[in-house]
Ligand binder design. Structure first.
Ligand code: BTN
Length: 327
């Protein structure tokens, strides 16, 4: 397995007292952390090398001026509960999902997160390539070890979609919606997506990896021509750049809350509230067949119920969906 080092927890601890924004005396901070002043200074230097701007003034101490736009150290402090105890942060990987699957296979716990600035071989649904340029978007994968019967596994994709829509919506003020099954959209354009992969036994999920992309500061014009009309980003929609770490944290906190506190029915209800698909005329391609009809609802397993043109109902567990113009 490729080497992946979780961030040094002690370095993260040094950030804690600095988060308040004021000056912190090196002496008091090192004493409260139970380390020597030399060790404290060494960790300040490590943070600086990672892009944290930390001012130091004689007689006053240290002050955090700014943090890099995406960092494991800041993320750690923004996520509550048991998630993100292990964060594997990389400048570039082949695919965060591949790395998370390897880590899960090797026993990494529920809530382990893999975040990358870019991917060489990002994967989308149906085996498609996912173009993953650096410096712009969120590419992350979360290891989940839920107690879940295999028949309910599609719910994980719905739960992640709800978490992304709610977290990104709250954080940016955008009206973020879900197109069945896993497209995160704003104004009918794709802002992100979800790819859940898993290992299971005949009756239960052993572990799942929830791969998530959110286009944050990407310009659509940087995309291949065929994607320019259909993709968007937070920057394109909100008109301002957003830092990625707080967006990653908001998604992780929302995922955790939904997994812990919400029933299956509640998740389905929240998904319906965010959905752009229910009530619309759609065309779905499943294998070689394309079906047209009205999307009526999702069932208790997350399958889309469609009334086809001949009046028959059909349930879809996967497929490529296009929303048709009404009228
Ligand atoms: C889709 O097809 O809509 C889902 C795209 C999912 C892409 C993400 S990026 C992070 C994670 N790593 C991958 O290789 N894929 C997922």
């Amino acid at each position: 397995m490729r080497k992946s080092r979780p961030p040094d927890e002690k370095t993260e601890q040094v950030l804690k007292p600095l988060r308040g924004g004021g000056y912190v005396s090196g002496e008091a901070a090192s004493a409260s952390l139970g380390i020597t002043r030399a060790a404290f200074w060494k960790r300040i230097e490590t943070l600086r090398r990672k892009g944290f701007i930390i001012e130091s003034r004689k007689g006053r101490g240290y002050r955090l001026v700014s943090a890099p736009e995406l960092s494991a150290e800041e993320l750690r402090g923004l996520v509550n509960g048991s998630f993100a105890r292990q964060i594997h942060f990389h400048k570039q990987v082949d695919s965060t999902n591949d790395l998370a699957m390897e880590l899960a296979e090797a026993g990494s716990p529920h809530g382990t997160v893999v975040v990358a600035d870019s991917q060489r071989k990002g994967r989308g649904r149906l085996g498609r390539r996912w173009v993953s340029p650096p410096g712009a978007n969120v590419y992350m994968s979360v290891i989940l070890r839920p107690t879940l019967p295999l028949r309910d596994a599609p719910l994980l994709t719905l739960l992640c979609a709800v978490a992304c829509a709610r977290a990104v919506g709250k954080h940016t003020g955008l009206d973020v919606r879900i197109k069945w099954p896993n497209d995160i959209q704003v104004g009918g354009r794709k802002l992100g997506g979800i790819l859940v992969e898993m290992r299971s036994e005949p009756d239960k999920v052993l572990y799942a990896v929830a791969g998530i992309v959110i286009n944050v500061n990407m310009r659509s014009r940087s995309l291949p021509p065929q994607l320019r009309q259909t993709a968007t980003s937070v920057l394109e929609e909100a008109g301002v750049r957003h830092r990625r770490t707080p967006i990653v944290a908001a998604i992780l906190n929302e995922m955790q809350r939904l997994l812990k506190r919400e029933s299956k029915e509640a998740i389905l209800g929240l998904w319906r509230q965010c959905s752009t698909t229910i009530g619309r005329m759609v065309s779905i391609t499943e294998g070689d067949e394309t079906y047209t009809g009205k999307a009526l609802d999702i069932d208790e397993n997350g399958r889309l119920i469609v009334r086809l043109k001949d009046g028959k109902r059909r349930k879809f567990s996967s497929g490529d969906l296009i929303m048709l113009r009404e009228g």
